[in-house]
Write a protein that binds this ligand. Structure first.
Ligand code: MG
Length: 370
């Protein structure tokens, strides 16, 4: 069996409401869908949600890299030789981990369909039945965030993530308002998206500790390149620190672990190069006693499904995952998504990623009609 076609599609999908993080205000987001086809007619589909301010990759760069560099590395190869295919992609182009993730998802979807098994069975089987979900809130006023927090706790979520970073004093107010609104039985985590210097991060986190705001962890408080700074924050506070933007590859993850520059890893499967690379990161993180959380690049269903299969199959994913992308959009290119029930995401037993692409909807999205 051989790969005969690798076809990328790029389009933008508007969000139902703006999502403000320190790095950008997101109103509409790029997505790339990739189809990988074999000579006997099987088709696998993958998707990623690039955000240039965060990842350095956009829809346009992903499209160009996939067409010009990744597709030629894959055509004519056996789709089961994933390790070799990853090596060929890495040899064809440095970095570009989002574009590579989309191809890796499509390959896993393809293999699942060929073998008639869900992708989680290719990743070690079902370690947990369903994925506990953390609702992610964009940055707004403390009052608005407290209101949204109450609304989602009522919907069954037991974990909330608050985007912070624009103003350290106001950030503390945001967390205080959310904690007062939801009480002490709900987990709250904060994500500063690199906003602080190490000194400011230590001050803000220590103040929140003195106020007993009881944060589950603080995510990426300092710039992605400042590994020493992040290690200093990690040593200086009792609240756990999670690394996100500092990790875009296996090698980044090793660097964070070796230097004790965080306590937890945000393992976004659509950021580090896909499911195969993610399994390797989860394995050496487990050996080093670093738990993982599967975050999101606000993918639509296809990319979200890849994260969900990984999260049910991977033992070392021990925090509520942020696979909430589809809830931020009113449009998708699949016929039917998975179900969110009472703060959990349920993963179906269908072959591959268990999704059916809606060609008409894909065409409409690509033509820019949304
Ligand atoms: Mg983050």
């Amino acid at each position: 069996m051989k790969i005969v076609k690798v076809e990328p599609y790029v389009f933008k999908v508007p969000l139902v409401k703006p999502f403000r993080i320190f790095l950008a205000e997101v109103r509409s987001k790029d997505h790339m869908v990739v189809k990988v086809e074999t000579d006997d007619g099987y088709v696998g589909v993958g998707e990623i949600g690039p955000l240039p301010e965060f990842a350095g990759e956009s829809g346009a760069t992903c499209l160009a890299i996939t067409k010009e560099r990744l597709a030629p590395a894959l055509i004519g190869q056996d789709p089961f030789d994933i390790e070799k295919l990853i090596k060929r992609m890495d040899a064809a182009v440095k970095a570009n981990h989002l574009a590579k993730s989309a191809v890796d998802f499509a390959l896993h979807d393809l293999l699942g369909k060929i073998l008639g098994v869900p992708v989680y069975k290719l990743l070690g089987g079902k370690y947990r039945e369903k994925v506990p979900i953390c609702w992610a809130m964009g940055m707004k006023s403390p009052e608005e965030m407290a209101k949204e927090a109450v609304e989602y706790v009522k919907k069954g979520y037991r974990c909330l993530k608050a985007k912070v970073g624009l103003d350290p004093k106001m950030d503390i107010e945001r967390i205080k308002a959310i904690r007062e609104a939801v009480g002490d039985k709900v987990e709250i985590r904060a994500d500063a998206n690199q906003a602080y210097s190490p000194e400011v991060a230590i001050q803000v986190i220590k103040k929140m500790e003195r106020m007993n705001l009881d944060l589950q962890y603080v995510e990426q408080p300092v710039p992605y390149w400042d590994i020493d700074g992040m290690a200093k924050v990690t040593r200086s506070v009792s609240t756990p620190i999670l690394a996100d933007e500092s990790i875009f590859s296996m090698h980044d993850a090793v660097s964070i672990i070796r230097r004790n520059a965080a306590d937890i890893i945000n393992l976004k499967v659509g950021k580090v190069g896909g499911l195969r690379v993610s399994s390797k990161i989860a394995a050496f993180a487990e050996a080093a006693d670093f738990p993982c959380m599967v975050g999101s690049m606000l993918e639509i269903w296809s990319g979200t499904a890849a994260g969900a299969h990984f999260a049910v199959a991977t033992k070392n994913v021990s925090y509520e995952c942020e696979l909430v992308g589809p809830l931020y959009y009113t449009y998708d290119v699949v016929k039917e998504g998975y179900k969110y029930v009472d703060g959990f995401l349920e993963v179906p037993d269908k072959p591959g990623l268990g999704l059916e692409l809606d060609e008409e909807k894909l065409e409409k999205a690509v033509s820019g009609e949304l």
